[in-house]
Design a protein around this ligand. Structure first.
Ligand code: FE2
Length: 419
């Protein structure tokens, strides 16, 4: 048995607790618990469940500077065109090596749950094969969900819908789609119908790249929500991006908000990526590119943040640091009241877990796997204000990593002390 002492557990951080771990699971949380073979003093630091990156493209990582990948316009659509060329040269080994490097970067910053979209508009399904192997090899270190994602369309790419179904049969966890990239609204709608049919037929989750455009006429989320609600699978369905919902008029938005509350649909906002990609045709004022994060969150609709890209044809930066994503997201969404700051860690933890439908194995409670992070802060507010580092990531009771406490000399004459 192992015991972590002096932990301030997120959502119950007003006092310190002990966490007793046995056989990789949390046995008990409380005070004055029984002795353990090993006791680790967390010195009053904040303990949070692992970060969840609910939306990432692991087959694209580190291709941003390869030949032919340069996206000169900085738009989503040029990114897709550049990837079309880059993926022709992708090999299994190359895809595997890059994805592992991306996972390592994410895990080194506290991520233990990743939902990755993998492009299946590829007759060889190279990226998917690499990812299926990695998901199995790493399952004790990091939980990975794979979305069968037709990057160039279910129909704009000939046979894309069949490739999605093939990927689901091979073991992908979620059905993906990109309706705003199909060649006409009607075809985009057809892809949404097909998405829901496939999810029901194969008993899979859904995660659609939905309305990732500033075009206010792009309203595929309405159909996705309606069909998911009719099938009773709203909570198993996710709308990623929904940028156009941030440009929609209030009459439409408020009608939809009520329907989202009924269906239980999940939303993922990708703040850094969409702040960079959207508004490219705007002069000034220039849109922020985000969906209505604040209103969704306030309205009780499940919404979370994700990284989306690490150095690929869509976005040159990105490093799997969810605290950075959160920091950008809460600024862009204007969700920085003290009340919001105290609970915004939900957007990269619990809300992501709900989106992934992994709540049964997630959270700091007796009986759940002993998966948690130790942050270099003593409260959620300080963690967010300081953009606190992750000092340790614990998975099934064992360290995935731990870092030394940061120390530095403050040279101001009036202080002259070591912190
Ligand atoms: Fe994406």
């Amino acid at each position: 048995m192992k015991k972590f002492t002096n932990a301030r557990i997120y959502r119950q951080h007003d006092q310190v607790s002990e966490i007793l771990v046995e056989n990789g699971a949390i046995k008990e949380i409380g005070k004055d618990l029984s002795k353990a073979d090993e006791e680790i003093d967390l010195k009053g630091r904040l303990v949070v469940p692992p970060y969840v990156d609910a939306h990432l493209h692991l087959d694209y990582v580190y291709t941003g500077r390869t030949t032919g990948a340069t996206n000169t316009s900085g738009t989503l659509f040029e990114g897709i065109a550049r990837w079309h060329d880059v993926k022709k040269t992708q090999t299994f080994e190359d895809a595997r090596t890059r994805a592992l490097k991306g996972i390592r970067e994410e895990v080194s910053r506290g991520v233990q749950f990743i939902r990755t979209h993998i492009d299946v508009d590829d007759p060889k399904l190279t990226g998917l094969k690499a990812m299926l192997e990695i998901r199995e090899q790493l399952k004790d270190n990091v939980t990975i969900q794979i979305v069968a994602f037709p990057q160039e369309g279910m129909y704009a790419y000939k046979g894309g819908d069949a490739m999605v179904e093939e990927a689901l049969k091979m073991g992908a966890d979620c059905v993906g789609a990109i309706p705003h990239f199909e060649w006409a609204r009607e075809i985009g709608e057809k892809s949404i119908h097909r998405t829901v049919e496939l999810a029901v037929k194969h008993d899979k989750l859904i995660d659609v790249h939905c309305d990732e455009t500033d075009d206010v006429m792009s309203r595929f989320v309405q159909l996705l929500n309606a069909l998911a609600m009719a099938e009773g699978i709203g909570t198993r369905t996710t709308a990623s991006h929904t940028c156009s919902f941030g440009s929609a008029d209030n009459a439409y938005a408020f009608r939809m908000m009520g329907l989202f509350q009924q269906s239980g649909l999940n939303f993922i906002s990708l703040p850094t990526e969409n702040a960079y990609l959207q508004g490219r045709q705007d002069s000034y004022p220039k849109r922020r590119g985000l969906t209505r994060v604040k209103e969704l969150w306030e309205g009780g609709v499940n919404v979370c943040f994700g990284q989306d890209s690490i150095n690929d044809p869509w976005y040159p930066a990105g490093n799997g640091n969810l605290m950075n994503i959160l920091d950008n997201g809460i600024h862009l969404a204007q969700t920085m009241s003290f009340g919001e700051l105290d609970r915004c860690l939900d957007l990269i933890t619990y809300n992501g877990a709900k989106t992934l439908n992994v709540e049964d194995q997630y959270g700091i409670e007796a009986g759940k796997p002993a998966n948690f992070l130790v942050l270099d802060a003593d409260s959620p507010f300080e963690a967010v204000r300081q953009r606190a580092d992750v000092l340790a990531s614990i998975r099934n009771g064992e360290y995935l990593f731990k870092r030394p406490e940061p120390r530095y000399e403050v040279e101001l004459d009036v202080f002259r002390k070591t912190r």
